[in-house]
Design a protein around this ligand. Structure first.
Ligand SMILES: C[S@@+](CC[C@H](N)C(=O)[O-])C[C@H]1O[C@@H](n2cnc3c(N)ncnc32)[C@H](O)[C@@H]1O
Length: 333
């Protein structure tokens, strides 16, 4: 297997970074730290740092899947603190504000209708309720920087403006993933743009690994921050390449090759385990349930030493393994 280790990578808890984007030791403005949302402090630092130090006002900034605001506030504050800010605040060929934020506005209630209430920072949120008011409040101080597109992302088309910094946290379905690819990826700027997918090192959503494997010639890998995977564009992605969806259109063997091509030598066992579960889901989603269950058995044996966390973590490795087994066995993936 090829491995794309990063030379002189900066390594710290949950982070493996290209030295040019290292943010270790960087402080965060209080409003970024306290913005409501799901992002870890390290991911907020990554976004703030990219917007502050790497962004050079040659293209737009995307925050796709903004929830209550932590990612888009990190990007906006980084832009505001970036010394080049006067450039992008003057019209630079953009028809709109530099940051486009996309958000549906609610997390769906479970299918069985039960009530789920979860705390995000200080905010208690009931699934099914709208959180758009909270997002609007979070971004109000950045009115000149952020355009909010509320609604289903698949109903929006990108204008074709070049994109310099693209953070994506909504590839929760193959359709959303396909729309991200076709709308945003052909507009990345050769040898300049950053693309970050927040759901990469995750036990589900195998289509993301398949897509990024299919496109690996077009990107240089810049590292990991928890579940986020960071890429820098190497060359322009032709529209027809971005419009091809390998997850639905390629064979299982091709999809497995794309899924498995990513850097892995640096991964901790918990991440390797999640990638293994994602591989099982992929096999199942391509219609091979028995094969998926066999692979899951292999994952269980390989990672048995980290599966005993049930008592200490109710959404840990044991939970994820059992969920995968249940969903694949019942063919409800
Ligand atoms: C993991 S959360 C994003 C977390 C966010 N980046 C933050 O900083 O807290 C994923 C978001 O994607 C949004 N989403 C899911 N499906 C969507 C769709 N079809 N269109 C727009 N947004 C969607 C969800 O409402 C949710 O807020």
């Amino acid at each position: 297997m090829i491995d794309f280790a990063i030379k002189n990578a900066v390594v710290s808890h949950g982070c493996y970074l290209h030295p040019s984007i290292s943010f270790l030791g960087l402080g965060l403005p209080e409003n970024v730290l306290t913005a409501s949302g799901m992002l870890s402090v390290a991911e907020r630092k990554m976004l703030y740092n990219l917007a502050l130090k790497s962004y050079s006002a040659h293209g737009a900034v995307i925050d796709a899947g903004s929830f209550m605001g932590s990612s888009v506030v990190s990007l906006a504050q980084g832009l505001r603190d970036n010394p080049k800010s006067q450039q992008f605040l003057s019209p630079l060929g953009f028809n709109t504000k530099p940051i486009s934020s996309y958000e549906l506005g609610y997390l769906p209630k479970p299918r069985n209708g039960s009530d789920i209430v979860r705390k995000f920072g200080d905010v208690e949120y009931r699934f099914g309720d709208s959180f758009l008011g909270i997002l609007k409040e979070s971004i109000a101080p950045y009115e000149e920087l952020i355009e909010l597109y509320a609604g289903d992302f698949c109903d929006f088309e990108w204008s074709g403006t070049p994109i310099e910094l693209c953070f994506v946290d909504l590839c929760k379905t193959p359709n959303l993933n396909r729309h991200v690819s076709s709308q945003f990826l052909p507009n990345l700027i050769e040898d300049a743009s950053f693309f970050v997918n927040q759901d990469f090192f995750f036990d589900r959503l195998p289509w993301i690994k398949v897509t990024m494997g299919y496109l690996h010639d077009y990107f240089e890998w810049y590292g990991q921050v928890f579940t986020s995977s960071i890429y820098r564009s190497k060359k322009k992605i032709p529209k027809e390449v971005a419009e091809f969806d390998p997850f639905t259109e390629a064979s299982l063997d091709e999809c497995l090759r794309f899924h498995d091509i990513h850097a892995s030598a640096h991964l901790k066992d918990a991440d390797k385990f999640r990638m293994g579960l994602s591989r099982s889901y992929l096999i199942a989603m391509k219609g091979k349930t028995a094969h998926a269950l066999d692979y899951l058995k292999y994952v269980e044996e390989e990672f048995s030493h980290i599966l005993d966390d049930e008592a200490t973590n109710d959404r840990g490795n044991n939970f994820r393994f059992k969920r995968a087994f249940r969903q694949i066995e019942r063919e409800v993936v």
